[in-house]
Design a protein around this ligand. Sequence first.
Ligand code: AMP
Ligand code: MG
Length: 412
Amino acid sequence: MDNQPPSSLLPMDIALDRLREALLPITESELSPLEYILGRTLAEPVVAPINVPPSDNSAMDGYAVHIDIAAAPGTQWHVIGTALAGAPWEGTIQSGECVRITTGAMLPDNANTVVIEEDVSLDGDTITLQETLVQGEHVRPAGDDVVKGDVVLASGKTLGVADIGLLAAMGIAEAEVIRPLRIALFATGDELKEPGATLKPGQIYESNRVALTHLLKSLPVEITNLGILPDDPKLLRETFLAAADSHDIVISTGGVSVGDADYTREILQEIGDIAFWKLAIKPGKPVAFGRLNNAWFFGLPGNPVSALVTAHQILLPAIRYMAGQDWHEPFRLKAVATKTFRKKPGRMDFQRAILTRNHQGDWEAEPTSGQGSHMLLSFTQANGYAVIPAESGDIPIGSEVTVVPFGAELLG
Ligand code: AMP
Ligand code: MG
């Protein structure tokens, strides 16, 4: 793996390329009930075990009849029974006979068409057609949706809501999916305390683990929370090594810059193999990524905004890729700046922004009040990023700016 020279900052696109080249999707799979497979990757193709629908049935409430090609207004049938959804009418209709039928009820033998209630007049046990009726109308034939034996979901598909509904519709209760990624997560810093505890002077509350855990929640992961670690190189080394033994990915926050108590990078360099550790992005310059025995590590920055942004931009695509999903380019839009975005050339900015649509339906964007990498409050006011290229300076009012709306992973 390429080691990064200390003075250089790696551009974001190169960092993402390196990630993709380095990572290998997981292939181990497990049989999992439908309840647990949203967002997971199908490990083998799904072949339809039955036709869906399983039998010809009615798309409407009406009367099941048999006609050749078409029937003209005035045609009459004698009502000889009722077919309900789940309670078929057993028997064969003869010429001149019909069966009252509800939506979803199986068609009686020899019926091939449903005339809807609104198109007939009922007089005693006889219905009279008021409109022209064409053969096959309002019938959902067996296999109309899914044909038995067809491959309906390909191996490698990320299972969405409709996929899971379809599996259930075919009577399938479990699917073979890629196993979840095992992730270890810890925060580092002598100053950090659990929320709920009392702070002594110089201490702050630890907010990265809970935010990151929620950020990753929609992904196929199992997270081991290893707590808060002090800035103690020996303990950090032991924790990294132990976590790498039993996890696919080890994530730490803090200690990756070059301060006195920033041991993370040093340790990873010593016991692992760093692919990059300084990115040309803001916030989030110090991000260490690389290999540690059989695991990957992500040493995220300590500042809460930097930790979230780098996790969102780098860790999430990496996890998705390892979980067998396609590598997606982020969905980006053009917006017009309604306030100046302040920026110095050099790094790619992910500024927290408020995105709105104006009366013409065009997107507008303004930066949130604070862009400091410690400012979570302003993050809470944002609904997207303005992504400003490295070489760009200020984006003045009225100029175009590229934006990425936050997804459910950030907004909940
Ligand atoms: P570091 O990356 O360790 O140099 O930390 C950078 C800044 O982020 C410092 O001001 C830390 O106090 C703060 N910080 C580090 N980790 C956390 C955390 N888990 N939660 C909140 N703030 C943190
Ligand atoms: Mg620290």
